[in-house]
Design a protein around this ligand. Structure first.
Ligand SMILES: [Zn+2]
Length: 197
């Protein structure tokens, strides 16, 4: 069984000047790149998810949902931030394609070939995930909670996540909830040691 890195939604619309910009999201990109480099060096799989919505979806305010329009598939806003250094072997999964579902969790995401994320993880023999990205209080949290529910060991890379914080403590609360559900909070130095063991 293997460890893998999961990079959640580091897309233009969630970064500075994006349609749904998360405060200071850009500041975690260099840290995420360090994690990518570490996992790449150890030949461990890297997965990157993206929010990938149709133009009209009940996820958007204009159609009765909670959010401004963001990450519309095949637009600049939905592209990964250009400073994110994904490797050529990174497996990209997309979620939010269903126009009647919010799909915050990466376990509602699929590869371009239509393979569900859970099946991809089984195919790669993954039993432990290291999760970073945007946003702590939405897609990171939903993905972490689902991963724990499916029996994965889950680590949250707390130096490489950022929260929307509609309420100022949403990010803190989300981390609490993830930890109480069984996730372990880690930072780069510790992960480096774990991966090297
Ligand atoms: Zn979305």
């Amino acid at each position: 069984m293997k460890k893998a890195l999961l990079v959640v939604d580091v897309q233009n619309d969630f970064c500075s000047r994006g349609a749904l910009a998360v405060k200071e999201a850009d500041s975690i990109i260099p840290v995420i790149n360090k994690y990518i480099e570490l996992f790449e060096k150890k030949s461990l799989p890297i997965f990157a998810s993206r929010d990938w919505h149709p133009k009209e979806t009940t996820h958007f305010k204009d159609f009765g949902g909670p959010w401004p329009t963001h990450c519309v598939m095949d637009t600049f806003g939905a592209e990964f931030n250009c400073r994110l250094k994904l490797t050529s072997k990174t497996v990209i999964i997309s979620k939010g394609i269903d126009k009647e579902k919010d799909s915050y969790s990466d376990f509602q995401a699929f590869t371009g070939g239509g393979e569900a994320f859970l099946d991809v993880l089984k195919r790669f023999n993954i039993d432990e995930l290291f999760v970073c990205g945007i946003a702590t209080d939405y897609c990171v949290k939903a993905s972490v909670i689902d991963a724990l529910r499916y029996g994965f060991k889950v680590n949250v890379l707390v130096d490489a996540v950022k929260a929307v914080n509609l309420s100022s403590d949403d990010g803190e609360k989300a981390l609490d909830e993830m930890n109480k559900s069984g996730a372990v909070s880690l930072t780069f130095e510790r992960v480096g040691k774990i991966i090297s063991d």
